[in-house]
Design a protein around this ligand. Structure first.
Ligand code: HAS
Length: 550
């Protein structure tokens, strides 16, 4: 039996992660506001802070900090709800992971503020930060793995006690997400420990640049699915319950997560399509595998439409699309993730464009920045906001009032509008050739660059307007989190919604829970995609001394 109410000690672990996530949003979004205003030529920063310093803090705190803390908090709460209260030693392990992550975050952020790590979130060599920045990042990653494995052990403990039974789907998805995270982290751990730290301390004179970037993207691409999978968990497991329906297919959902383990890792080279040092053949192989990784997302789209249609028809919907009218748009717990899904249609399509010959046109332009704001910034972040409306009250023993539901709807609309304005401008400006990762410049008042700044729909001014709306939405979200944590009325009725599977769904095959098979297949694909190019890079990759551009 699944316990309805969470154990109060488990609730504290989950809450600590969620609060850290929103502290990261608070600081990261403030940096984002100033970036938009600087880039739009609206404000000039004081001499003690640089645009690239803000950009580094923004990327690290939002893309790495907010996402990872939120994901671990959500997964931990969901595991406690579906797989049972954590044993004391695993809860202690999770606290240890949290402590390591938080110490690492403080160290890394401190060095960014001190101006010793202006290397952006991708920390591309040969830009060199203080070694302590890399050590901070390493502590963060190791901490996340410690907490993640506390959950994995909890899952296997459940399996041992329930021999022959199918595991709770939330647990299955959690384990898939953590395995994906752990396997991808091998790349970043290797490059940070064996390349960046010795080089930044000055123990070795040069760094193998192409190898370090390849190891980064070996990690950096599955990282985006580490963000996406918990959003998919909410779409598959939580949303059907909120709309009064059932999960379309347990087997399909499990298979989707396993396909992500297989295809999300051996594809990092699609971030390096314009780089020298990797031959065309290996790039082509990874482009083909990238096409495969779109498949589980298309299966998810199919599954969501099926869930909505079945739920709508059960409520009496008629006609081909009548079921769309039966969805609860006035419930923010549904509206936020629903808008998130809608954004993923152009977001995913943009990804498929990037994974083609057209990448030569859009790489290193604002198009890519637009792409990641309508993937991680909306399908992922807006789904996480949608979860927050019931997750925090569930953990604090409070409830979402009708008034706060309305405030939440305003927040969602504000975020979606800001994102639509900002990311559309970014996409169009990218096609016009506007570079990414650059501060405000008119390139010596060149007419083309002046034209980018203002005067038409897609300009750096419009981008700044979208960014300002996003900032307001982020601050409203922080207020909502404070309200739900401390001021909302007490109630023990808030539930962690977990959907049942439709009664006519197919039985789940045992193979889908045989982790050894899927992990082995994953490593085979990784070896095929990476062995020869990496050996070539180790033997022939040029080394570079450190460069400091700030
Ligand atoms: Fe990407 C660059 C290719 C997905 C994030 N991506 C990035 C970067 C980030 C990022 C952060 O091939 C930049 C990194 C940097 O700093 O340089 N991406 C893809 C592909 C996909 C993809 C093929 N990306 C994501 C997701 C991200 C993310 C997800 C974050 C969470 N991406 C690339 C490439 C680059 C890249 C290249 C490098 C480019 C360069 O030059 O540097 C696929 O996974 C997309 C598949 C998705 C779909 C959409 C399915 C739609 C669904 C919604 C259903 C809607 C419903 C609602 C049910 C096929 C599931 C219905 C309601 C109605 C009203 C209709």
């Amino acid at each position: 039996m699944m316990p309805e109410k969470i154990n109060q000690f488990d609730a504290k672990v989950a809450l600590a992660h969620l609060w850290m996530a929103f502290i990261a949003i608070f600081i990261g979004a403030t940096c984002g506001l100033f970036q938009g205003l600087v880039r739009g030529g609206v404000v000039v920063l004081p001499s003690w802070v640089s645009y690239y310093q803000l950009l580094t803090a923004h990327g690290v705190l939002l893309a790495i900090g907010f996402t990872t803390y939120f994901i671990l908090g959500f997964l931990y709460a969901g595991m406690s709800r579906t797989t049972g209260t954590f044993p004391h030693h695993l809860r202690k392990t999770a606290w240890l992971g949290f402590a390591s992550m938080t110490f690492g975050t403080i160290v890394a952020t401190g060095f960014i503020i001190a101006g010793q790590a202006t290397v952006l979130y991708t920390f591309y060599a040969p830009l060199k930060a203080s070694p302590w920045y890399y050590i901070g990042l390493a502590l963060f990653i190791v901490g996340s793995l410690v907490t993640g494995f506390a959950m994995v052990f909890h899952y296997f403990g459940w399996r041992k006690q329930h021999k022959g039974q199918s595991t709770p789907i939330f647990g299955h998805m959690t384990v898939a997400t953590i395995f994906l995270w752990a396997i991808s982290c091998i790349g970043v751990v290797v490059t940070v420990l064996f390349q960046f730290i010795p080089w930044s301390f000055g123990w070795v004179p040069t760094i193998n640049v192409v190898l370090s970037r390849t190891l980064f993207w070996y990690f950096g691409h599955p990282l985006v699915y580490f963000w996406l999978l918990p959003a998919y968990m909410a779409w598959y497991v939580v949303i059907p319950k909120i709309i009064g329906g059932k999960m379309f297919s347990d087997s399909l959902a499990r298979l989707v997560f396993l396909l992500f383990i297989l295809f999300s890792i051996p594809v990092g080279a699609h971030h390096q399509l314009q780089e020298a040092g990797i031959s065309q053949g290996w790039k082509y192989l990874q482009v083909c595998l990238t096409t495969m990784v779109a498949l589980p997302s298309l299966m998810t789209a199919f599954s969501m439409f099926a869930t909505f249609e079945i739920a709508g028809r059960a409520k009496g919907a008629k006609g081909l699309f009548g079921w769309f009218k039966k969805l609860p748009y006035n419930d923010v717990r549904f509206l936020a993730p629903f808008i998130a899904m809608v954004f993923f249609i152009p977001g995913g399509a943009g990804g498929i464009v990037n994974n083609s010959a057209m990448d030569a046109m859009v790489h290193n332009t604002l198009w890519i920045v637009g792409h990641f704001h309508i993937t991680v910034g909306t399908p992922v972040a807006l789904t996480f906001f949608g979860l927050t409306y019931w997750l925090i009250p569930y953990l604090t023993g409070r409830k979402l009032t009708p008034l706060m539901n309305k405030v939440g709807i305003i927040q969602t609309v504000l975020w979606a509008t800001g994102m639509a304005i900002m990311s559309t401008s970014m996409h169009l400006m990218g096609i016009a050739g506007v570079p990414r990762r650059t501060a405000y410049t008119t390139y010596g008042d060149h007419p083309t660059a002046l034209n980018w700044l203002s005067g038409h729909f897609a300009s750096e001014h419009t981008m700044a307007v979208g960014g300002a709306l996003l900032f307001m939405a982020a601050m409203l979200m922080v207020y909502i989190v404070l309200h739900l944590s401390f001021w909302a009325p007490k109630s023990d009725e808030t539930e962690f919604p977990i959907s049942e599977v439709a009664s006519d769904a197919e039985h789940t095959p045992k193979l889908l829970e045989n982790w050894k098979v899927w992990i082995a297949l994953c490593f085979i694909l990784i070896l095929i995609a990476y062995t020869i190019p990496v050996v070539d890079m180790i033997n022939n990759g040029p080394g570079s001394p450190p460069i400091r551009t700030w």
